[in-house]
Write a protein that binds this ligand. Structure first.
Ligand code: ZN
Length: 150
């Protein structure tokens, strides 16, 4: 038994069963972006509220596979309270992790490290990165609805 992999699997299952920060809010201070991944059927909306340079709130809603939903929950916890620059760095680090590369800051990725194994399953990469892509787009001022295609 590989205990670190077991721990990571537990993190993913736990966030899937008990998602944090789930459910969107009304209000002009919230910006949202919806992304769909037709290859798996994942459909996720990410909503953020920034205050100055800080990402004060990260919310998510939608439906999808366990990897996608769990990743959105973990992402919301990891990003909440970070500055926009830190959040952008973490999005890049998460992409590195999922590509099988060494992230610069494993400590700040925190529970998102649980998705390290996804790099071995190319079909699941888009599931894991969908919510992070939506966040990255929101951070540079985009919003609305988008489809992710190959
Ligand atoms: Zn999926």
């Amino acid at each position: 038994m590989n205990s670190i992999n077991d721990l990571y699997r537990q993190v993913i299952v736990e966030h899937y069963k008990n998602p944090r920060n789930k459910g969107l809010k009304e209000g002009s201070e919230y910006r949202r972006l919806r992304l769909k991944n037709p290859s798996c059927g994942d459909d996720v909306t990410i909503q953020i509220k920034t205050n100055g340079n800080v990402v004060e709130e990260v919310l998510h809603d939608g439906s999808g596979c366990s990897i996608c939903c769990s990743s959105a929950s973990v992402m919301s916890e990891v990003i909440k309270g970070k500055t926009i620059e830190e959040a952008e760095g973490l999005v890049e680090d998460f992409y590195s992790l999922i590509k099988g590369e060494e992230p610069r800051d494993e400590e700040s990725l925190d529970e998102a490290m649980a998705f390290v194994g996804v790099s071995q399953f190319p079909a699941r990469v888009k599931c894991a990165t969908l919510s992070w892509k939506a966040l990255g787009a929101l951070l540079i001022g985009e919003e609305g609805v988008k489809d992710i295609h190959e």
